[in-house]
Design a protein around this ligand. Structure first.
Ligand code: COA
Length: 383
């Protein structure tokens, strides 16, 4: 498989009071078109990742909104898979091109989350869990990931300081990313002493509530070569599922679906974990980043925390992880996150990542998780 990414677009991530859901989506869509140097009428299909617009903005039918933004009548579909909606939209775009149904596809992600209370957002997000087994009992996502953190700490002896190294690194990267929601550095003490959300996870272990949108343009190999002499290629894609409820899993200290999705994506790309130069992973909570790194095979089970504490995941170190600041510092507008991860990898592979540029990167991987790991997508990008 070789599908070109010929354009990217991102809005600022954060509390964007002066822009609506539609404004954010349109801004990202227009930016990716402009970068690709094509006009709206070149787009044959649109896929847009979104989870919460129905619950938080009273707006469904996001597919039609995306087409209307470009004044198009082409097929345009909203894709939903909880926090993995963005990467699922990329997979839908890949499938459209691979099947021959379209030659140029726009893939977007959008979420507008800050216009309502934290309670409303928390309730809406729990739709990604198992309502009968978890939501109805009062569980929240911070609580579920806290259970995973505790299980992992007990099994592998992860220390609080090692876990805190994850957001410290993310905020360092976010401080160098002009679109990030929180562009400030943190210390280990800042993380450990922040207000407790769900023990052991403090406020600084949690991704925030965020508005934002992202967009990429995918094209067939021949069109991409014609339009962009610096195209980055999607060369592998995998998706896997697991139980909705954490309590039905074999283990709380791994996200098994990451392993399955990565196996498929890496095989398709003809690579192994050793070939990966950088990764964007789904750090919705600090522990999730460690589970992602291990699931991708970038560290042995139980060792990712040691690597984090040793500083291996900084942009200028052995295995750069979440160079955009990750969900933690860049922010996590649910449907937009998976597409934003792709944008960061593309910018890194094209040497456009500014102060946080990784040197000589040629293969990048993006891992996007829905719920506590019930849906996982892994996409592989190559220069
Ligand atoms: N990281 C850093 N700072 C944060 C933050 C975060 N995650 N969340 C909030 N802040 C800051 C705010 O900017 C604010 O600062 P200010 O007082 O200087 O303006 C302060 O902390 C309090 O923010 P507030 O909005 O009152 O926080 P909250 O208690 O309403 O929400 C969480 C905090 C952690 C509960 C919320 O961000 C959350 O639920 N995160 C998880 C989202 C989630 O589950 N996503 C899906 C993952 S699967």
């Amino acid at each position: 498989m070789k599908i070109g990414v010929i354009g990217t677009g991102l809005t600022k991530f954060g509390e964007i009071w002066d822009k609506s859901l539609r404004d954010l989506l349109a801004e990202a869509q227009l930016k990716s078109l402009e970068e690709a140097g094509i006009s709206p009428k070149d787009i044959e299909m649109i896929f847009t990742g979104n989870m919460c617009a129905g619950a938080l903005s009273g707006q469904l039918h996001i597919g039609a909104m995306a087409a209307e933004n470009l004044r198009l009548n082409v097929p345009s579909t909203r894709v939903e898979g909880a926090c993995a909606s963005g990467a699922l939209a990329i997979r839908a775009g890949i499938a459209a091109i691979e099947s021959g149904a379209a030659k140029i596809v726009q893939v977007n992600g959008v979420e507008k989350m800050t216009d309502v209370s934290t309670e409303q957002v928390t309730t809406a997000l729990m739709g990604a869990g198992d309502e009968e087994v978890e939501g109805f009992q009062g569980a929240t996502f911070p609580a579920l990931y806290a259970l995973m953190a505790r299980a992992y700490m007990q099994e592998f002896g992860l220390t609080r300081e090692e876990l805190a190294a994850v957001p410290v690194k993310s905020h360092k990267h976010g401080s160098m990313n002009p679109i990030a929601q929180y562009q400030k550095e943190l210390s280990i003490d800042d993380v450990i002493n922040a207000s407790m959300v769900s023990d052991p996870l403090t406020l600084m272990d949690c991704s925030p509530i965020t508005d934002g949108a992202s967009s990429i343009i995918l094209a067939t190999e021949s069109i991409a070569k014609k339009l962009n002499n610096d195209a980055v290629w999607v060369v592998g894609s995998g998706q896997a599922s697991d139980t909705l409820a954490l309590s039905n899993r074999d283990s709380l200290s791994e996200i098994k679906a990451t392993r399955f999705a990565a196996e498929h994506a890496f095989k398709q790309a003809g690579i192994t974990a050793r070939d990966v130069h950088l990764a964007e992973v789904h750090d919705c909570f600090s522990i999730a980043e460690l589970l992602a790194i291990e699931g991708l095979g970038l560290a042995k089970k139980g060792e990712a925390g040691k690597h984090a504490a040793a500083g291996h995941h900084y942009f200028d170190s052995k295995m750069p992880i979440n160079t955009c600041g990750g969900l933690k510092s860049c922010g996590h507008p649910i449907g937009a996150t998976g597409v934003k991860q792709a944008v960061e990898i593309v910018h890194q592979l094209q040497n456009r990542a500014g102060k946080r540029q990784v040197k000589k990167a040629e293969v990048g991987v993006a891992q996007n998780v829905g719920g506590t790991g019930a849906t996982v997508v892994v996409n592989v990008f190559k220069r």
